[in-house]
Write a protein of this length. Sequence first.
Length: 511
Amino acid sequence: MEPERIVDVHTHQSGPPAAGAGQAREESLDPANWPELRALGHRMLDDILDYLGSVRQRPVWQPVPEAVRRRIRQPLPAGPSDAAAVYEEFKETVMPYPTGNIHPRFWGWVMGTGTPLAMLADMLASGMNPHVAGYDQSAAIVEKQAVAWLAELLGFPASASGLVVGGGTMANLIGVAVARHVKAGFDVRTEGLQRGGPELVLYASTETHGWAQRAAELLGLGNRSLRRLPVDEAFRMSVLALEEALQEDRKAGRRPFCVIGTAGTVNTGATDDLQRLAVLCRDEGLWFHVDGAFGALAALAPDCRDRVAGIEQADSIAFDLHKWMYLPFEAGCALVRDAGAHRATFSMAPSYLAPTGRGILPQPLEFAGLGLDLSRGFRALKVWMSLKVHGTRAFGRLIQQNVEQAAYLKRLVEREAELELLAPVALNVVCFRLHPQGIDDEVVLSRLNEELLLRLQESGIAVISSTVLRGRFALRVAITNHRSRREDFDLLVRTVLALGRDVVPTASVPR
Ligand SMILES: *Cc1c(COP(=O)(O)O)cnc(C)c1O
C-alpha cells in the first residue's frame, strides 16, 4: 500500500492541508514520513524476533548497571527526539535488562514466557486499537469467542459468561464480587455493607494466594472475615476444618457465603479437593469460587486433567493466560457459570452509554457490564489467535511437558544426598533445599539457602524464587515455561550443588 496516495473519499483531498492565511497548520502524531517509520518498524520487528530467538545465549537475569539507571532517569522531554535515536537508546538501556521470564531457565514466582506469535497479535491489537467495552465490532465477537473456547476447555456450559482481564487478581476479584452479590441475602449493590447486617464470611486456606485478602478488603468484607483454614500434609485445604468453621460461624450468627478452592497453589502447586468442596458448597448453599491462576490450565493436558477434577463444578473460575498459556502479559480470564448473576453484579446504564438498538451501540456494553473496566483493549486477540494457530492440543502437550519436567527435577533432587524435597510435587512446582550433612539448625539452613538462592539468581544461570513451608526456607521452582528442556534442570541442580559448596562454609558460621 502506498499511504501517500490515500485520498479522503469524502473531501477528495490528499496530503497535508495547506496552511490558510493567518491559520496555524494543524498537526497530528502520525509520522511526517511514513516510509521512514515503516523502515524503523521493520527493524524493530527484526530485532525483537532475533532477541527472542537468541534468548538462550544470554544470562537469565542481570542487574541494571548504575550507569544505565542514570541514563534512563532524564528530565521531562518537552521537545522531540529522533525516533531511531530513541530506539537505539531502548536497545542499549532497556532491552538487555528484563526480569528474565522469557528465558528457558526462568522458573521464579509464576511467570509465563510469552510467545512470538502472541507478541505480533499484541502489535496488531494495539494498531487497531479498538475499545472493547462492547460495541458492535469484530473485536467484541473475537473476545466472546475466545472466552467461549476457554469455558469449553474447562468444562463450563456454553451459557456461562466471562471476560478477559489483566490477570488473576482481577479475575478472582470479579468471581468473589459476583459471589457477594448473589449470596449476601440483601441488595448489596444498593445497601453496601454498612447497614449492620450479619457479618459475611468467606473461606480459603492458609495456602490461598494473597489476592484473597485484597478482595476481602476491597469488597468491604474485611480481612478478618476471610477464614484461612489449615491444610493437610499435601497442602490441601482441610475439609473437616471447613465444616467446623462453617458451623461455628453460623452458630455465632455470621453468614458464610463463599468458599475459595485453589487449583494449583502458589507455594507448592497443590490442588484442593475441588469435587468435595463443590458438593459441600451445593449442600450448604455457598458460592464455590476456584482460583486456578495457573493450575486451571492443567485441564488442557489429558493426563493432568484429573488433577484439577471438580473445577468444572465451580460457580466461578479465575485463571491466567499469561502464566500457563505462556501468553505475554497481561491476560487473565474470569468465568461465571450463571451469566445473569454475572451481569447483575456489574451492569450499569448511564445515559451516555445507553444502547440505541442500531448503530455501533445497539445493546448494553457487553464486557463493561461484566467487570470493573470501562475502557478495555484488545487483549483477547492474542488469546484467540494463539488458540487458532497453535491449537489446544499443543498447549496441552506443553503443560504436560512442564509437569513431566517437574517430576524429573523431583527425581534429580531425590537422587542427591545434599538436597531435600520440602513438599510433594503435585503439578509443576518443586520446593526443595540444600541440606548438607551435619547442619540441622533450621536458622542456619534457612540462611544458607537464602544466600544460595541469591547467588544463583546473580549467576545469571537460572532464576528461581523462594517460599517458606512450615517454617523452612524453600527453593521454589515453578515451571510455566515452554522453552525449558530437561538439560536445563540438570544444569540447575549442578549449579545449586556447586554454589552450595561455596556457601556452606560461610553460612554455617554463626552471625
Ligand atoms: C499468580 C497468581 C494469582 C494472581 O494472579 P495475577 O495474574 O498475578 O494477578 C492468584 N493466584 C495464584 C494461585 C497465582 O499463582
